[in-house]
Structure formats: structure tokens, C-alpha cells
Design a protein around this ligand. Structure first.
Ligand SMILES: *Cc1c(COP(=O)(O)O)cnc(C)c1O
Length: 401
């Protein structure tokens, strides 16, 4: 079935669907587990190995992934508008895969300073040891043009950023990199690939922690890399093979099952999160709300230009400068679990660590920050829960005064 001209909702439902065999078949692609791939004869074995070596998406070994993996890859490639998608065992491993596929010893990468913090750990623990230099820049303050060097090979971005959801001007940043032959990669986890099309805006590579909105049910670890060219597909594929990565067929199945309902889930996450963000922005105990879909957010104009919706992540700074207020607030919540990996159907709350916030040049310092993931509960229940938690913090402050 050609889906080239179909809307994204239609592609989410049909991309990667299995062909009927002998006139009938299931809706969902089967879970195809294997270690060994069998071949009809030695000539076929040799031919398929040659096709794989030439960069075709052919499986000749269990690590390469068969039908279930290929169906998920096809669906994500369709969602992101890419040439090909490659799975990885987690979002972070997908990031590492891109870094190792695009950078070699003696080369240099520019990374936005508001990036998902574990990227800095990859830099310290791995890239530095292998002689790859990473330089962090402020997307809001720095003139990127001055940062490029003759050995710069990669511009790595994330928009909106982790924790404070700073929106980056991807078309402008990407144009500067591409005019110098520098590859542009961006982390697209926040939008689930549905509300943001980085490849259409100038990126060469879009990365997602499929663990989050694609899988959507807090029960899978999965990453996915989508590239815009056969050349990058070959580079990423060769690095995948060299690292010995493999993804379980059951996890690929669950991720594809989550992806089928991405549009309806994200629409509700957006709607609920906007209600909560509006409530928070009116609250006397809140210093500032970080949510680009709010008109007063500094990233709102760029968000409106480049995005078609918003996710369930909302951060806010507490006005109380009483240390421990954020922890008391979070402990008082009933419907919000304390947890880091967002993107499931449930609401979460977590205090943003000050040392993580300090990495972001947009961070003004001072107040404690709570990051919420707004789930699919009724927004009035969530607001009531938050309201009670603000009351608990206030009572605590009054008693200690
Ligand atoms: C969670 C997250 C990751 C890492 O994904 P895992 O599957 O947990 O390894 C990468 N980038 C962003 C923006 C994330 O939020």
C-alpha cells in the first residue's frame, strides 16, 4: 500500500502493516524472534550477505532483526519522513550510536548546552577517551558561526531541551552547519516525532527515545535513529553492527503497538498539560512555568512556527525559597508518581537536580524546579492534587515561620 500522500494519522495506523499471506492474516505484525537466520541455499546466503554489505535492509543474522523490527523501522521512518530508521536498545544507546557513527578521533562536535544530561556522561566516559572533542554552546546566546572549526563534523541539538524546554531555531542552526558540510542530529523525543519534523527543517538525523511516547506505556526500553540519506544509513548501520547491538522482537512489537495510538495519546497529553500549565501560571506560589505552548513562554513564537502540538512535560519553579519545598510538594502528591522516564500514560513528578539545571545557559538560578509529566488522567483531578500539594508546602512554611 502506498502511503506517500496519506496524512500522518493514516500512516501511523498502516505503515509497516504485514502483507496478507495466502489471502489472509492478522492486523499486527507477528513477533518474530530468532538468533539464527536460515537460508534456502548457499547462493542465496551469499547474495543476501552482499545486499547487506551494500547497505540494503536485509537480515542475515539475529542481531539484524526480522519482520517485527522491520515493521517498526518502516513505521518510524514514515512518521519522521526519513530515508531509513534503525532501532537501538534504548534512547541513550541510539544517541551513542549516532555519536560513534559520525565522529572519529581528532574530530569535534558542537552540542547545545541544554541537552539531555547523560550525553555529557557519554562525552566524559567514552568520547574523551577516544580523542573526540565535544564543545557545548548556548543556543540562545552564542554565535554558532564562530564555533565551527575545520574538524567539526557534527552539530547535536535537542529541541525543546530537557528540563526547561528551551525551543531552538533548528532551521537557522542547521543551515549554518550544512553550509559547512557538518552533519546535524537532533533529539526528537519530546514531540514523539508527531509534532516536530526535524528532517524537514534541516536536520540529517532525528533520534528518539522510543521508550517515551512511541512505546507510551512505561514498559519498554527502545531507541530509534532516523536518517535522511543512504550514506548516513550505511554509516549508522555499520556502527550498529560493529557495536553488536540487538533489540528484542517483543520490545519492537510493544513499541509498534504503542506507535499506532500515538496521535490520540499525544493530543490528550497536550490538552491536559496545557490545562495544568495554565493553572500553574496563575498560581501565587509559582515563580515561573516552562511550557512552550503557553503564549508567555520565551520559546512560544518558535514553537508555533515549527511545531504542531506540545507534549505532556511541564516544569515550574517554586516561589518559596525555602530549601526542601520541592521535595515536600512532590511527597504530598497523590496521582503523580515519583519517576524519571516519562512518556507513559501516567503522571510523574521529579525535582530537577540543581547541578543538571546549572548545565543550561538559559537557567537563571535560585528557585527549586519541579518537572511534571502530565498523563491521561482527568486534568481536574491533577489540578486538585497539585492544589493540595501547594497547600501542604504553605502550611509547612507557616509553621516554620
Ligand atoms: C529519556 C530520554 C533519553 C534516553 O532514553 P532511554 O530510552 O531512557 O535511554 C534521551 N533523550 C531524551 C530527551 C530523553 O528524555
Amino acid at each position: 500500500m502506498s502511503l506517500d500522500h496519506a496524512h500522518v494519522q493514516t500512516r501511523l495506523v498502516h505503515a509497516g502493516s504485514p502483507d496478507l499471506k495466502q489471502g489472509a492474516g492478522p492486523v499486527n505484525v507477528p513477533v518474530v524472534r530468532t538468533s539464527t537466520v536460515r537460508f534456502a541455499d548457499t547462493a542465496t546466503h551469499a547474495a543476501l550477505n552482499a545486499q547487506r554489505a551494500a547497505g540494503e535492509r536485509v537480515a542475515t543474522y539475529g542481531r539484524h532483526g526480522l519482520d517485527t523490527h522491520q515493521a517498526l523501522e518502516a513505521a518510524v521512518a514514515s512518521l519522521e519522513g526519513g530515508h531509513r530508521s534503525v532501532l537501538a536498545p534504548s534512547g541513550l544507546s541510539a544517541i551513542v550510536l549516532v555519536l560513534l557513527a559520525t565522529l572519529a578521533p581528532g574530530e569535534h562536535a558542537l552540542v547545545s548546552d541544554s541537552v539531555y544530561s547523560p550525553v555529557r556522561r557519554v562525552d566524559k566516559a567514552l568520547l574523551q577517551r577516544y580523542g573526540i572533542e565535544v564543545e557545548y554552546f548556548s543556543p540562545g546566546r552564542d554565535d554558532l558561526a564562530e564555533r565551527f572549526r575545520p574538524n567539526t563534523r557534527l552539530l547535536y541539538l535537542e529541541s525543546p531541551s530537557s528540563l526547561l524546554f528551551e525551543v531552538l531555531d533548528l532551521p537557522a542552526l542547521a543551515a549554518q552547519a550544512r553550509s559547512r558540510g557538518v552533519v546535524v542530529a537532533t533529539d526528537n523525543t519530546w514531540s514523539g516525532g508527531l509534532y516536530y519534523q526535524p528532517l524537514a527543517l534541516g536536520a540529517n538525523i532525528s533520534i528518539q527515545a522510543a521508550t517515551k511516547y512511541l512505546a507510551g506505556h512505561s514498559d519498554v526500553m527502545m531507541g530509534v535513529v532516523t536518517v535522511d540519506s543512504p550514506e548516513l544509513a550505511r554509516q549508522v548501520g555499520a556502527t550498529y553492527d560493529a557495536l553488536g547491538l540487538a533489540v528484542g522482537a517483543d520490545d519492537a512489537y510493544l513499541t509498534l503497538r504503542g506507535l499506532r495510538t500515538l496521535d490520540v495519546r499525544l493530543a490528550r497529553h497536550h490538552q491536559n498539560a496545557l490545562s495544568v500549565a495554565e493553572y500553574l501560571s496563575r498560581h501565587a506560589d509559582v515563580e515561573r512555568v516552562y511550557y512552550p505552548a503557553l503564549p508567555q513562554d520565551p520559546g512560544h513564537a518558535l514553537w508555533r512556527r515549527d511545531f504542531s502540538g506540545a507534549s505532556g512535560l511541564v516544569s515550574f519553579a517554586l516561589r518559596a525559597d525555602q530549601p526542601g519545598a520541592a521535595a515536600r510538594f512532590i511527597d504530598a502528591l497523590r496521582y503523580f508518581s515519583i519517576g524519571a522516564s516519562w512518556g507513559g500514560y501516567e503522571s510523574l513528578a521529579l525535582e530537577a537536580a540543581p547541578e543538571r539545571l546549572a548545565e543550561h545557559s538559559v537557567w537563571q538560578g535560585g528557585h527549586e524546579v519541579v518537572r511534571l509529566h502530565i498523563g491521561l488522567e482527568h486534568p481536574l483531578d491533577l489540578v486538585e492534587d497539585l492544589d493540595r500539594a501547594f497547600g501542604v508546602v504553605r502550611d509547612g512554611l507557616r509553621r516554620s515561620a
